[in-house]
Design a protein around this ligand. Structure first.
Ligand code: CTP
Length: 446
């Protein structure tokens, strides 16, 4: 019996897939089809797959060509499968020509001509109109957004806005994207959605204006300084059927979600304590260290450090204490937030003028999880127990600087292909705003 194997994502199943499977089957007596998992696709940079795995498998099954369907979930699996299943022929479309020649050691490798003028990418583009995004703020984050958006399909960066002419002109020159300086209305009319990466104190105002204009909003944290303002934005978005997302990028990283799920799976027993720390020394004279009203460590990092705490213990804490080491002008160089829950406690530490180890430690009754710096990008973490040699190590996939996962989530929500809001819920975002308000009241001496 001549066994043939082929692999693919088979998203939005199309004629090209059908014809490839038909020809693959004709090359032998028994066809095995490997269908990729979402995580595997994410790890290799395909972040916009629409159909869930089971639907993609079902579509392959319905062709009647596959004698066996397997799931492909990791790098290096092809060599394993070929040996395990005793495969004679490995087949893939001609877009991969040469790429899998290393498999010739194990079996025959055949590249079949692709069917012209059809691909999942093309169908995605036709099915979901391109989302035209405008960027508010052309400072440090905006160029990163532009470069990370290139990895997400279905998005076009249309223009940017910054009332500060100098920064706008520099951005326009560097990124070659039209920039508006005075005309906010004109800017908003060009686009379907905005990304707000402007200074902290402007997020709420821009978000509100954009929602009024009927635009979807992805805003850097904090969305607003008060609980009421945050609620107002979410209500507006709901009333108008718009997407509103707070951009805490850690929440959207696949590795962070895995870390949370492992923590909650019972592996370390019952969780009793979460400690998260994020510090980055800001240069003297930087905005973070000079802006007495809107600079400082809290506004910079509280979104990240509170995230794992809310994810693990929820938003229903009994008590919260915020304490800071202040520098000149009352800017918090270092801030510690302590939360008490019914059956657990948590500490979030952050600094722009004090340096510490940026770790996330989740302590349970049977062991703990240690995610080293930069845990907010979650490249790796350990599950550790009493016996120091008992360490389970995890290295989840992570691409770029992580922003692409957040952008991809935003676009899929706009397209209606996103899943429920479990990565960062409205409730979590609103709960964070309560703590932001508490901090701001304290800062303002209220
Ligand atoms: N394929 C093909 N003809 C096409 C499209 C895909 O023969 N027009 C083949 C690919 O070469 C591969 C298999 O179908 O062997 C599965 O491809 P997959 O990557 O799932 O599909 P694409 O349409 O190429 O997906 P995308 O646009 O997301 O890259």
């Amino acid at each position: 019996m001549r066994k043939v194997i082929t692999y693919g994502t088979y998203d939005l199943f199309h004629e090209g897939h059908y014809k490839l499977l038909e020809r693959a089957k004709a090359l032998g007596d028994y066809l095995i089809v490997g269908v990729t998992t979402e995580h595997f696709d994410e790890a290799r940079g395909k972040v916009n797959v629409v159909d869930p795995l089971l639907e993609r498998i079902e579509n392959v099954r319905k062709t009647g060509f596959a004698d066996e369907i397997i799931v492909e979930d990791h790098e290096g699996q092809k060599i394993e499968d070929i040996q395990k299943y005793g495969v004679d022929v490995f087949v893939l479309g001609s877009d991969w020509r040469g790429h899998f020649d290393y498999l010739k050691k194990y079996c025959q490798v055949v590249y079949l001509d692709r069917t012209a003028n059809v691909s999942s990418t093309m169908i995605r583009k036709e099915k979901f109109p391109i989302v035209r995004v405008g960027i508010v703020g052309t400072g440090r984050i905006a160029p990163r957004f532009v470069s990370e958006a290139k990895y997400v399909s279905g998005i076009e960066i249309e223009c940017a806005y910054n009332p500060e002419r100098e920064s706008a002109e520099k951005f326009q020159k560097d990124e070659n994207i039209p920039v508006y300086t005075e005309d906010l209305a004109g800017f908003l009319k060009q686009i379907d959605a905005i990304y707000i990466g402007s200074p902290n104190e402007t997020h709420y105002r821009y978000a509100k204006t954009a929602l009024e204009y009927g635009k979807h909003v992805l805003s850097e944290k904090p969305l607003a300084f008060t609980h009421n303002e945050t609620m107002e934005l979410y209500h507006m978005a709901k009333d108008k059927g718009l997407v509103l997302m707070e951009g805490i990028k850690t929440a959207y990283c696949p590795g962070f979600q895995q870390l949370m799920n492992v923590a909650k799976s019972g592996k370390i027993g019952e969780i009793k304590d979460v400690e998260s720390c994020f510090t980055r020394l800001a240069t003297i004279g930087s905005r973070e260290r000079t802006d007495a009203r809107y600079g400082g460590a809290f506004l910079e990092f509280a979104g990240y450090t509170l995230l794992p705490i809310f994810k693990i213990f929820g938003t229903n804490y009994q008590d919260v204490q915020i304490d800071s080491i202040l520098g000149e002008d009352g800017i918090d160089l270092y801030t510690k937030i302590q939360l008490r829950y019914d059956d657990g406690m948590a500490t979030a530490k952050m600094g722009v003028g004090v340096k510490s180890e940026g770790e996330l430690v989740i302590a349970g009754t049977d062991g703990y999880i240690l995610a080293p710096s930069p845990w907010w990008l979650t490249h790796k973490f350990d599950v550790r127990r009493e016996d120091p040699s008992d360490i389970e190590h995890f290295e989840p996939a992570f691409q770029g600087d992580g922003l692409r996962y957040e952008i991809s989530e935003f676009i899929s929500k706009i397209n209606g292909t996103g899943k429920k809001d479990y990565k960062l819920t409205e409730e979590e975002s609103i709960a964070m705003s309560k703590i932001v308000e508490l901090f701001m009241r304290k800062r303002n001496g209220e």
